[in-house]
Design a protein around this ligand. Structure first.
Ligand code: AMP
Length: 544
């Protein structure tokens, strides 16, 4: 006979994270910088009260369990309130990436059937442009002070403060099934239409617990956390949930993410930990070097969303900041791995640790990983066998919003990444499966070739793509942005590879460009590069 445990059952709801923060860390601050650079300051208690007022306003309007509410906003306190106010009554907070093309944004709003959309004033023109394409949106709410709103608006818009103003300050959060949807986020959709990933209260709460652990993001009540990764980029990697969970101070940077703006905010607010994609950290380090400024409190930077080049980790070390490598994806809420030390590496020297920390790290508790070959057989964790990375766990997607077709293969989510895993469980992404360069039956890692280029002092940024080749199927081409004032040429850069990789892995050519295209989430847009340079070798060989 099965014998069940006799413990209380409490649904894991996001509202309980904020409620506890409001009780236990009531005076801890949430600081937000707005588009004009002005600072807004309030506490977890205030955030909780106002989220409850938003919840009441939504209920009074008739928002029901499962209804979707869109947001087009930078990181700030009102955006945080929509996270909690919407999900706290069983609604679904649908965070939309404003950097997508307007047609994609309209597609996403329509696909999600958003009933209301909350937006920052800086996206007013965008909203006016797409509103006509989104007939199902009943109300557009600007995240701003009370009316009057600009009379020039061509659509009907309300102010957020009008919406929530004057409502009861003591809202009691309803209890419901923890498996209900809380947040919806669409993948960036570089191929085909964007797909929606629908997170539940349970999945986000479990990720918050696991990600806060010392060997995960290492959050605590004495940290000051600045989520630079946008709240529209996969829940700002869960920080709006994990920071209140532990009672950490939160600092939201708004729209200005250049090195100087971040540095001044971090210094002013005593930020200790932040998280962003590599391009943001490159700008940050560059500013620190040029200005000669130091950081007093800022010691740990989570680097994820794309591989952290070893050169970036080294430059961050030089300016006194430790780069902590993490990997994940929209379908994983997003956190899958974090690279932190184990017993074996507790006393590893700087060089050995620098080598290990270029890996993406070990799976968080609650996530399992494996790598498989083309015939689906599991590959060994020997640090050299590379295969498709498969994941499963409490916050890994099963199917996409609007579809009941499971994406799983034999119970595992195929990530589309190619990786190795070493005997200690450190996972290393060698490539995205569609970016790996297939040359004469061998695979060449585009990330490895990019990292070598980035370690050249004259290279500012670099992308490596596989281009069609009549003999080898594909050959690597480097697309490079030189540092200002440099006259580096292709021959010099390619010679730099000679003692670093096997001869057949050295790129065949280099194209120098003024800038590289980035996706809406700040990653290299290799699809655009392949479209432009995909026939580089075919064309050049044809000419000879
Ligand atoms: P997205 O769903 O847009 O966040 O993209 C997820 C993809 O970004 C992953 O499948 C990886 O290909 C890539 N990615 C995320 N973090 C890393 C990392 N630390 N290193 C290498 N690739 C990464």
């Amino acid at each position: 006979m099965q014998l069940f445990g006799q413990m209380m059952y409490q649904p894991m709801l996001l509202s309980s994270l904020l409620e506890r923060a409001a009780r236990q860390y009531s005076g801890v601050e949430i600081v937000s910088r707005d588009a004009e650079g002005d600072i807004h300051r309030y506490t977890y208690r205030d955030c909780h009260t106002r989220s409850g007022q938003l919840a009441q306003a939504l209920q009074a309007y008739g928002i029901k369990v499962g209804d979707r509410i869109g947001t087009l906003a930078w990181n700030g306190y009102r955006h945080m309130e929509t996270y909690y106010g919407v999900s706290g009554i069983g609604g679904v907070c649908h965070t939309i990436n404003p950097r997508l093309f307007p047609d994609q944004i309209a597609y996403i709003i329509n696909h999600a059937q958003d009933r209301m959309v909350f937006f920052d004033a800086s996206f007013a023109a965008l909203v006016e442009q797409i509103a006509g394409q989104c007939p199902r949106v009943e109300r557009w709410v600007m995240l701003c002070e009370k009316a009057p709103l600009p009379p020039s608006f061509s659509i009907s818009v309300e102010s957020y403060e009008d919406l929530i103003g004057g409502l009861d300050e003591n809202f009691e959060w309803p209890h419901f099934d923890e498996r209900l949807a809380a947040v919806l986020c669409y993948t960036s959709g570089t191929t085909g239409d964007p797909k929606g990933v629908l997170y539940s209260h349970r999945s986000l709460t479990l990720m918050a617990f696991s990600s806060a652990l010392p060997d995960s993001l290492g959050l605590s009540a004495v940290e000051t956390v600045a989520p630079v990764v946008p709240m529209f980029h996969v829940n700002a990697w869960g920080l709006p949930f994990s920071a209140p969970l532990v009672g950490a101070k939160l600092v939201f940077p708004g729209a200005k993410l250049d090195g100087e703006s971040l540095h001044s905010l971090f210094e002013q607010e005593g930020v200790t930990l932040s998280a962003a994609v590599p391009t943001v950290w490159l700008g940050f380090v560059d500013y620190m070097r040029r200005s000669g400024k130091a950081t007093q409190t800022f010691k740990r930077a989570i680097v994820g969303g794309a591989a952290c080049p070893p050169q970036l980790a080294a430059s961050m070390r030089e300016v006194g900041v430790k780069a902590v490598h993490a990997w994940g994806m929209t379908e994983m809420s997003p956190l899958g791995t974090v690279c932190s030390r184990s017993h074996e590496l507790a006393h590893a020297g700087e060089d050995e640790w620098a080598r290990v920390s270029t890996k993406q790290g070990r799976a968080l508790p609650g996530v399992e990983l494996k790598i498989v070959g083309p015939d689906e057989t599991e590959l060994p964790w020997d640090g050299t066998s590379a295969g498709e990375l498969m994941a499963r766990g409490h916050w890994v997607a099963d199917s996409y919003f609007g579809s009941d077709k499971s994406t799983l293969r034999d119970g595992w989510f195929p990530t589309g990444d190619i990786a190795t895993i070493d005997p200690d469980g450190y996972m290393h992404i060698t490539d995205r499966s569609k970016d790996v360069i297939k040359s004469g039956g061998e695979w060449i890692s585009s990330i490895e070739l990019e990292n070598i280029a980035l370690s050249h002092p004259d290279v500012e940024s670099a992308a490596c793509i596989g281009c069609a080749h009549p003999k080898w199927d594909e050959r690597p081409l480097l697309v490079v942005v030189r540092r200002e004032g440099s006259s580096l040429d292709a021959w010099q850069l390619l010679s730099f590879y000679s003692d670093k990789v096997a001869k057949w892995c050295i790129p065949d050519d280099v194209v120098f460009v003024p800038s590289l295209p980035l996706t809406a989430t700040g990653k290299l847009q290799k699809v655009a590069l392949r479209q432009k340079y995909g026939n580089h070798f075919v064309d050049s060989l044809g000419r000879t």
